[in-house]
Ligand binder design. Structure first.
Ligand SMILES: NC(=O)c1ccc[n+]([C@@H]2O[C@H](COP(=O)([O-])OP(=O)(O)OC[C@H]3O[C@@H](n4cnc5c(N)ncnc54)[C@H](O)[C@@H]3O)[C@@H](O)[C@H]2O)c1
Ligand SMILES: [Zn+2]
Ligand SMILES: [Zn+2]
Length: 375
């Protein structure tokens, strides 16, 4: 196919500051032709998510060199053999698990747990098991979550692509692929928030603010949003949160006092075990704590075990919004059009590919929400 500019993570873990350590290099790569069931996508917008940062800093170990980026929207420019349901020119958002539709989890409605999808994602390949990025001297690079969106063009499995409506701009559309599907899905699917529920959301990055929007969408009676960063708390209030807290020590007691025993649903999106412990301890008797954040795989959680039983508590994880993206995303697009999911509010900056290291410093410092790269 030809030469494509892409952001390549060459080293992991790298603790930064990335503006000086520069773990990501912009390189010209050779992108292959799309294989069976694969499509080439010209990327029009890609968001910087904490899960990309976690690959850089080692919290989500992945093979390097790898082309990062897993929250993206673009246009199909080429079809491989055997692709059905897509045409050149289709506008698509990409989903970060290429769910096969045929394995046991897929057949039981749990696309996020697709077995071959998980194997491919961990190995840094496409669903086919192949890699399509060639570097210098025949070196093959890895794909990130079947997407690798920090590039002018990429190749993905058709299982990763979902069409978007004509009136949805690319920069807004890309956020549906990760932050919105994950956060809103955690609220609607995993937490199963019901009208009148009191809900707390810990962490107000792209995912947590989407969970706040999801809680409102579900009809939560009261939403309490928790984050140490003041401007994120302010945005949470504008998106419908009723109260905000800073997440400092004492938050558990504050939440319990404010809600007369704790919220019925608590969603954790900070990606820290200490915060997950707070989220669990704050949850009401009989309630459900949903964890969405992805801490380092070696981090262990410590909770009083008896509370699960004697207080009939539920602690559950949610990946990919516990959703089937091709079923849920069209519904979320309709909510956006109806003004009920103002996803564009999550965008706090736009970058070029060359500015990506600095962009990840800003994400790590907590000063930004979603930054969009237009390659
Ligand atoms: N489960 C999934 O499918 C999935 C998908 C995407 C991202 N993630 C994970 O979700 C997490 C959030 O992703 P993001 O892109 O929104 O990250 P982010 O860095 O934008 O947001 C995390 C937020 O947590 C806040 N925080 C830090 N300490 C806190 C505390 N004590 N109390 C409350 N908040 C605190 C930070 O200020 C920040 O706003 C990450 O761990 C990411 O890897 C999971
Ligand atoms: Zn993500
Ligand atoms: Zn499957």
């Amino acid at each position: 196919m030809g030469s494509v500019r892409a952001a390549v993570l060459i080293r992991s873990p790298d603790k930064g500051p990335f503006a000086s350590t520069r773990p990501i290099e912009i390189r010209e790569l050779q992108l292959d032709e799309p294989g069976d069931g694969e499509v080439t996508v010209k990327i029009h917008a890609a968001g910087l998510c904490h899960s990309d940062l976690s690959v850089i800093n080692g919290d989500r170990p992945r093979p390097v060199p790898i082309v990062l980026g897993h929250e993206a929207a673009g246009e199909i420019t080429q079809l491989g053999a055997g692709v059905s349901g897509f045409e050149v020119g289709d506008r698509v958002v990409l989903a970060f698990v290429p769910s096969c539709g045929e394995c046991d989890p897929c057949l039981s409605g749990r696309a996020a747990l697709c077995e071959p999808g998980a194997v491919a994602n961990a190995a840094g390949t496409l669903a086919s098991g192949e890699r399509r990025w060639g570097g210098d001297e025949g070196e093959m690079l890895h794909h990130h979550l079947g997407i690798s969106a920090f590039a002018e063009q990429t190749i993905v499995s058709q299982l990763s692509a979902i069409k978007i409506p004509d009136d949805l701009p690319y920069d807004v559309a890309c956020l549906f692929g990760c932050a919105v599907l994950t956060g809103v899905g955690a609220a609607l699917n995993a937490a199963a928030i019901e009208p009148g529920h009191t809900v707390a959301v810990f962490g107000l990055g792209g995912v947590g603010l989407a969970a706040v929007m999801g809680a409102k969408l579900a009809g939560a009676g009261r939403v309490i949003a928790v984050d140490p960063v003041a401007h994120k708390r302010q945005l949470a209030l504008e998106l419908g949160a009723d109260e905000v807290l800073s997440g400092a020590s004492g938050t558990v007691e504050q939440l319990r006092a404010l809600t007369d025993g704790g919220p019925e649903r608590v969603i954790e999106t900070a990606g820290s075990v200490a915060v997950l412990e707070m989220a669990y301890l704050a949850t009401r008797r009989g309630g459900t704590t949903v964890t969405v954040g992805l801490p380092n795989p070696e981090a262990l959680l410590s909770i009083p075990a008896a509370t699960l039983v004697a207080e009939e508590r539920t602690l559950k994880g949610s990946y990919l919004g516990s959703a089937n993206p091709s079923e849920m995303l069209p519904k979320l697009f309709d909510f956006w059009r109806a003004g009920k999911l103002p996803v564009e509010r999550l965008i706090t900056g736009r970058l070029t590919l060359e500015e990506i290291n600095e962009g990840f410093d800003r994400l790590a410092s907590g000063e930004v929400i979603r930054q969009i790269i237009v390659p």
